[in-house]
Write a protein that binds this ligand. Structure first.
Ligand code: 5GP
Ligand code: ZN
Length: 113
């Protein structure tokens, strides 16, 4: 059994509120949402970080970003959403299976904290 939390969500060992699934990508609602829409988009294959994913699987990286755009469109966000990849513990990555946060439905400030 994988000890990766998000790999376990991919195979259904841990329940999640899944909003999009295909062979390459799974998207599910964040358990601790920071905005009215807060969905995590992940590749079904395990890569720890965006660095690893983009270096080893550029086409899958594109499909992941495409999945994020689909999630945003399905949530009715139009082109007003934020896509965040925390990359590295120092900037807040806590789960080391690469994931994009699709955030929307409220005002955002810049720069981020
Ligand atoms: P990170 O801090 O790595 O960028 O984001 C990890 C995200 O995963 C956090 O926003 C956290 O709320 C979310 N998360 C952690 N454990 C679970 C879980 O078991 N289920 C779901 N749906 N989200 C989780
Ligand atoms: Zn994993």
């Amino acid at each position: 059994m994988s000890d990766c939390l998000f790999c376990r969500i991919v195979v259904g060992e841990i329940p999640a509120d899944i909003v999009l699934r295909n062979d390459d990508v799974v998207a599910f609602r964040d358990i601790n949402p920071q905005a009215p829409t807060h969905v995590l988009v992940i590749p079904t294959r395990h890569f720890a970080t965006l660095q690893e994913l983009s270096a080893q699987a550029p086409e899958l990286t594109a499909r992941l970003v495409d999945g994020a755009a689909t999630v945003a469109a399905d949530a009715g966000l139009g082109d007003a959403y934020r896509l965040v990849f925390n990359t590295g513990e120092a900037v807040g990555q806590s789960v080391f299976h690469v994931h994009g946060h699709v955030l929307g439905g409220r005002e955002f400030t810049w720069p981020p904290g």
